[in-house]
Ligand binder design. Structure first.
Ligand SMILES: NC(=O)C1=CN([C@@H]2O[C@H](COP(=O)(O)OP(=O)(O)OC[C@H]3O[C@@H](n4cnc5c(N)ncnc54)[C@H](O)[C@@H]3O)[C@@H](O)[C@H]2O)[C@@H](O)CC1
Ligand SMILES: Nc1ncnc2c1ncn2[C@@H]1O[C@H](COP(=O)(O)OP(=O)(O)O)[C@@H](O)[C@H]1O
Length: 272
């Protein structure tokens, strides 16, 4: 079934806090950072996850990155991990984790993903954590569950799912979700959200102002922030894609990725 991704599909299941909410109950999100000179992407994702309503957000960083991150965050917490096993232990109590933005193309990123795959947290896998698996996608799929989300742009999609795009974006996304056994968000002008059970949504409100570095990192944080709040992964991806574009259209000229999280309160208010 193919649908246009309009708010009517998911507006009534957005996660608003109840009167007894506390921060742990609102959802615990983790974002894996790259090394010291590559922490910006994780900070963008973390800020977006916090703004979309996750109650508690932690950046999980490799040795040496914490002193860079600490002066730039306030509500967001920081944990350092020294091994994939240590990352897994930090992630275990979390509801959702983003891995990939500026994570690096070293094997360590794959080991980190595998460790996260053994935790109970839902994963949003983006950027380097996709590119790393070029030519060996089965190793990526082995880390995934059906509530995990892959967020490739077309370049990343072609690395993980070679020869699929020639069948058209819809068929490609549909088949990718089936073989990966996870939700696939094929980004672009008309972003497609595909579920492993065969559902497909095409996003109608794409904004070219999103063609700016780091906007995909923000989207990954938004999706994971909604999943952390217990929204179904396919619905969370659908809602985040629409809200991301709506935020960009509201701002228009001059938009940079840093602006996107700050636009979310207005987007959320109008949806409420
Ligand atoms: N603030 C930050 O620290 C940022 C870090 N970023 C990170 O920087 C690293 C490298 O990013 P790159 O942009 O080089 O890697 P990409 O994989 O995005 O780009 C590599 C190549 O893919 C090709 N490509 C094909 N289709 C594409 C599409 N639809 N969109 C973009 N590229 C397409 C392009 O020719 C490009 O040269 C990644 O780890 C990424 O997560 C970026 O997310 C930007 C922001
Ligand atoms: N021309 C466009 N029209 C609509 N959306 C776009 C356009 N160009 C980029 N986007 C959106 O911007 C985001 C870019 O993500 P990505 O390529 O991962 O960037 P980055 O790696 O810099 O964060 C995606 O959500 C994509 O759908």
């Amino acid at each position: 079934m193919t649908e246009s991704n309009t708010p009517a599909l998911w507006r009534n299941i957005l996660p608003w806090p109840g009167p007894d909410a506390h921060k742990h109950q609102r959802g615990r999100l983790g974002v894996v950072s790259g090394p010291a000179w590559n922490t910006g992407a994780a900070r963008l994702a973390a800020r977006a996850g916090l703004r979309i309503g996750a109650g508690l957000v932690r950046i999980l960083c490799p040795p040496g990155a914490a002193p860079v991150i600490a002066p730039t965050v306030t509500a967001i917490m920081i944990d350092e991990f020294l091994s994939p096993e240590a990352l897994g232990r930090l992630a275990d109590p979390l509801d959702a984790v983003v891995i990939g933005p500026a994570a690096g193309l070293e094997e360590e990123t794959g080991y980190n993903l595998a460790a996260l795959g053994r935790t109970g947290a839902a994963l949003v896998v983006d950027a380097d954590a996709l590119t790393l698996f070029k030519d060996r996608p089965k190793a990526l799929f082995a880390c995934l569950d059906r509530d995990d989300v892959l967020t490739p742009h077309e370049g990343e999609f072609d690395r993980v799912f070679p020869n699929l795009l020639k069948h058209g974006r819809e068929t490609a996304a549909w088949e990718a979700a089936r073989v990966a056994g996870a939700v696939v968000v094929l980004k672009g002008r008309e972003t497609i959200i595909a579920s492993p059970d065969g559902r497909l949504r095409i996003n109608p409100n794409g904004s070219p102002w999103l063609a700016t570095a780091g906007s995909g990192d923000v989207l990954a944080g938004m999706i994971a922030g909604l999943i952390a709040q217990r929204m179904d992964s396919f619905e969370a991806a659908s809602a985040a894609v629409w809200m991301h574009a709506d935020a960009a259209e509201r701002f228009g000229p001059g938009l940079i990725a840093e602006d996107l999280p700050e636009l979310l309160p207005a987007v959320l208010r109008d949806l409420k």
